[in-house]
Design a protein around this ligand. Structure first.
Ligand code: NIG
Ligand code: FE
Length: 419
């Protein structure tokens, strides 16, 4: 039975699961805090003075050196399984080429799918590992991993197997999503048949072999129509899988309204979102996932109307969308900075949006997303005085330490004075 008292935490900041009314995103802040960890979970949370006094003296004591403690971040939308990079597309886009034009010329998702088709699982795993390591440095202790660059069943299966191979290698908790991304090039003239094979073969296989927890569809012009997306996601729901949608990224695609109609676990992207769509999501209690790093990196699409969405009462989580095409970053703190600037989100809203709200979306809020007795001890320590300074010091926000399930899994390299 492992037991540790981590004391001398300068400031502990966390949302709480049991707040009666959390619409104002209240946070618990404890100055000079301590946490008692036992068997990977928080056993007690309080002030250093109280816990140093009450916890038995034979328990190992570790000082946090006055650092700030936050709950481990939950990145609920990420595509870390790919090969190579598409930096040249980034430059083409910056000089005026559109995402759709690049895709039509053989770039984009299809170019990545070709590389996946040629790669073996070990190669995919080897390329993905450093992305998870960087994500950990940014304080992420739970990450959603989407397939989606395989496109064909053969390619997708490779990615699903890579997830299985990665799981024991990662310190983070992983949530797996099967993404139906675009029609593969080899099926372009058999589009209807491809959708049938997703419904009749792929989804039952994914569900039957428990290879993912959720099915996602890219519902957009050039990807899947609303009708196709509806059929695919209904088939997933028939198999008792959660569903989510890449919705309204390049226009009012109907994806947001479909998410509301189906009661999806979330509607993601939502760069184009009008009042009716906000009302529909609200009515259906479908939370939004905003991906501000993607908007920043694309440079041509608007930020979702975050302030309006939150003021209307929508739950909004933030995620990286980490992928080589539209958001090449693992940084949740950067997403917080962008959402603070462009979404006018408060520090309280930002912390909820990267911890407990995304944990709820992934159905993991009983386990993680806040620092509370009984939950997994997933947290990060920061050499920062208060929460506001995390999105404020943008560009170099890296955690000092990260712990997952009571294990110390990351420590930043201390700067050694060499002058
Ligand atoms: O979430 N929008 C669809 N999928 C990814 C981008 C995929 C790619 O361009 O490689 C996204 O932005
Ligand atoms: Fe995405």
């Amino acid at each position: 039975m492992s037991s540790i008292l981590l004391h001398d935490i300068g400031r502990l900041v966390t949302p709480l699961s049991q707040h009666k009314d959390d619409s104002a995103r209240p946070l618990l802040t404890i100055e000079r805090a301590a946490v008692w960890l036992e068997n990977g979970a928080f056993k007690q949370v309080g002030t250093s003075a109280d816990l140093l006094h009450s916890v038995p003296s034979n328990i190992e004591r570790i000082s946090a050196g006055g650092k700030m403690m936050l709950p481990g971040f939950v990145d609920c939308h990420a595509h870390p399984l790919f090969i190579g990079n598409r930096a040249h597309e980034f430059f083409l886009r910056n000089r005026g080429a559109s995402y759709q034009e690049i895709a039509a010329a053989g770039g984009g998702i299809h170019a990545t799918a070709e590389r996946i088709a040629r790669a073996c699982e070990h190669h995919i795993v080897r390329e993905a590992l450093p992305r998870f390591e960087r994500s950990l440095e940014f304080g992420v202790t739970t990450i959603e991993v989407k397939s989606g660059y395989g496109l064909t069943w053969e390619g997708e299966l490779k990615l699903l197997h890579s997830m299985r191979e990665l799981k024991p290698l990662l310190p983070q908790r992983m949530s797996r999503t099967f993404l139906v991304h675009v029609v593969p090039s080899s099926w372009q003239d058999r589009r209807k048949l491809f959708v049938e094979s997703v419904i009749e073969e792929m989804i039952p296989e994914v569900a039957g072999r428990r290879m993912a927890d959720c099915i996602d569809v890219f519902c957009e012009e050039g990807a899947f129509t609303v009708d196709e997306s509806r059929r695919i996601l209904r088939a997933a729901q028939d198999e008792r899988l959660d569903v989510t949608i890449h919705a309204n990224q390049f226009g009012h695609s109907g994806g947001a309204l479909l998410a509301a109609e189906l009661g999806a676990r979330s509607a993601d992207h939502l760069e184009y979102l009008n009042d009716d769509e906000i009302a529909a999501l609200l009515q259906a209690e479908v939370p939004a996932v905003a991906l501000p790093a993607c908007v920043f990196f694309m440079g041509t699409i608007p930020y979702p109307p975050l302030r309006k969405m939150i003021d209307a009462g929508l739950r909004v989580a933030l995620a990286t969308d980490m992928n080589l095409g539209t958001a090449m970053t693992e940084s949740i703190p950067f997403c917080m900075t962008a959402a603070a600037i462009y979404g006018k989100m408060s520090a309280n809203e930002l912390l909820w949006a990267v911890t407990l709200d995304p944990a709820r979306i992934l159905n993991l809020d009983a386990v993680t997303g806040s620092i509370e007795a009984g939950k997994s001890a997933d947290f990060s320590l920061w050499n920062l005085p208060e929460l506001e300074t995390l999105p404020y010091f943008f560009g170099h926000a890296v955690a000092e330490e990260v712990w997952v399930a009571g294990e110390h899994v990351f420590e930043s390299q201390a700067v050694v004075h060499r002058y």
